[in-house]
Each structure stands twice: as C-alpha cells, then as structure tokens.
Design a protein around this ligand. Sequence first.
Ligand code: 5AD
Ligand code: FES
Length: 364
Amino acid sequence: MKSLKDILTQSSFSRDELVRLLGLEGEERTQLFHRASEVKNETVGNKVYFRGLIEFSNICSKDCFYCGIRKSNKNVLRYEASDEEILAACDFAFKNQFGSVVLQSGELSSPAFVDRVDRLLKSIKELSNNELGVTLSCGEQTKETYLRWRESGAHRYLLRIESSNKELYQKIHPDDSLHAFDKRLEALSLLKACDYQVGTGVMIGLPFQTTENLADDLLFFKKIDIDMVGMGPYIEHEDTPLYGHRQLLTSKQERFDLALRMVAILRLLMPDINIAAATALQAIDPAGREKALKVGANVIMPNLTPCDYRKEYQLYEDKPCLDEDAELCRNCLEARIEVAGSKVAYGEWGDSKHYFNRKIVKQS
Ligand code: 5AD
Ligand code: FES
C-alpha cells in the first residue's frame, strides 16, 4: 500500500485513495490539513475573498426534502426585499471594498422574476461603476435567462448539485420534472456554455450518503472541471421531510469533521479553484468557517441580508448571524480571518484562477 506521504503529493487520486483520505484521523488527518494549506498558499495564495451574501427572497417554487424554505413549509413568512434594500446592501459591499456580492434567492422562473434580477444587475453595475462583481445563486433557469443575466453583468453562478449520485439525489428531492437530476446536470453545462465562472457543491453527511458517494462527488467536480465549490455539512431542519430520517445521521461534529476533510482533499485535487468556507460550518462550530480557511478554502460570504429577513431564510437549524448587522459581521469576520492567519483581499473580485487556466488550455 502507498504511504500517506506519497498520496499527499499527488494531484489525482483513485476513488479508493479518496475514501482513505476521507477517513483520516489524528496525526494523519493533521498531515492532510497541513498539505492542503501548503497547496493553497502555493496556488491561490493566502488571501481570503469576501462575497457579500444578499438573500433577497425566500419565495421558492421547489420542494427539496432538506431545505427549510421549501415551498410546502407553511411556517416560513415569505418575503421579497425591495430594490432599495438590495441596492443599499450592494452599496455597503462596494463602500467596504468587498469586491463582489452574491444575489441568492428561492427558485422562481416567472418573467417578472427574470426581469427583476436583470434590472438589479444593471443597477448594481451602475452604482459601482462596473466595479462590484456579481454572482447569482437563483436556481435552474433557461439558457436564454442565463445569457441575459450574463450580459447584464453577472459573471459567476452558483448551483449546487447537492449530490452527484443520481439515486441519492432522487432520495432527497421529489420525484417530478421540476426536481430532475438530469436537468440539474444540464443546467451546470448550460452555465458553462454561457461563459460563467461556475460553482457547484454538495451537502455532507446526508442521510443515506456513504463515504464512497462523497469520493465520487469530488471526482465529479474534477470531471466537470468546475471553477468554484461551496460545500458544507447537512443540518437537519424540523419542518422538512428529511427530518424523519434523522436517526440515520452521524453526530453534527462528525459531519463537520467530514466537511473539513472534503475541503482539504478538494484543494489537493483541484488546486486552482475557489473554495468557499460554507456558512453551515459555522452553525456547528462558531469558528467553523475559519477552520475551513486554514485547510484550503479561500472565499467567505459575509451575510448582508437585511436583518429582519434573516430569520425567514433558515435553510437549516442554528443558521448563524441572525442578529448581526452587516457592519458587525464585517468587523467580526475580519478579526477572525486574521486570527486564522489569512489576509482579507479588499476591493478584488477574486475570480477563480481555474476559470482562466481552463480557457488557456482550451485555446492552445
Ligand atoms: N443543511 C445544509 N445545507 C442546506 N442547504 C439547503 N438546506 C440545507 C440543510 N438542511 C444548502 C443547499 C443549497 C444551499 C443554498 O443551501 O446545498 O444549494
Ligand atoms: Fe457574522 Fe461574526 S460572522 S457576526
């Protein structure tokens, strides 16, 4: 059997090797984390990029079994932030040199929704003299919509695959055309064709999920040549159908530990991509996101959603920063990132290096 030291110098891994890395404990796990941190510093550097997250609406047409804002959850007050509120949050991001914002919402595809996002994109570009980068996280849309939003200024798009295993995907989603796995896959390839920097990700520690599934998720990211990944622990939510399977879950601490290993291994597998320190990590451990930065992540998404709306955007239990306003969050994060030994890259877009590298490869 290969020694761990040898495996850790590789940049491609067999499924068995990934499964082995996902199970590391103690001193061996420390070696993995150490190597991931080295690879990160050598490739994307020690900077952390801020993306101000604006959860601008929780109205959703989907009914995913894990998600607290699913359509059928009647315990959620539905909201839509006004244009003024959204633009004020963007202005805060711009003035505080965040570099970019993420507009996230429930999934809608009505012409009114598509037009609204389009208008917002143009306004954000205007208020920031084209300087603020904009990422969208608004679910599956048509190619036409993706193209339109791209033209209006969005340059990155986040759409998690949630699980790259079709069977598992089907277990955590309703069985209808709105939630079809193949459509999700197609959406990711459309986004790429529309020239976005594309981000995806999975939930870690789902009921029914095996370590092999997670190894396959990592290989999937590599296969589709993704530019950015955001992945965090699955956290049960009382008002969702998946809560009924909570007896199958490992402890939150175990899910957290597995998520950190996933981040570290992904940094070895895809050294030049952007990896976000998922907010869900912080729901389990107050220093969770900073821990992810130490083992390979390089992006963090401070929450800029107007405070009144935050309690209605609870995708999972114990979602952090429900009361802290944007200013508090910024100061708190900056201090914590510096404690974690990294520097915040103010005023930079922090694009995925991988996006540019893959374009060079394609041209040559
Ligand atoms: N636990 C963890 N992550 C969740 N998400 C949704 N519900 C949960 C949950 N219960 C994640 C999904 C989605 C992202 C916006 O939030 O991966 O893509
Ligand atoms: Fe939100 Fe600290 S990160 S208050």
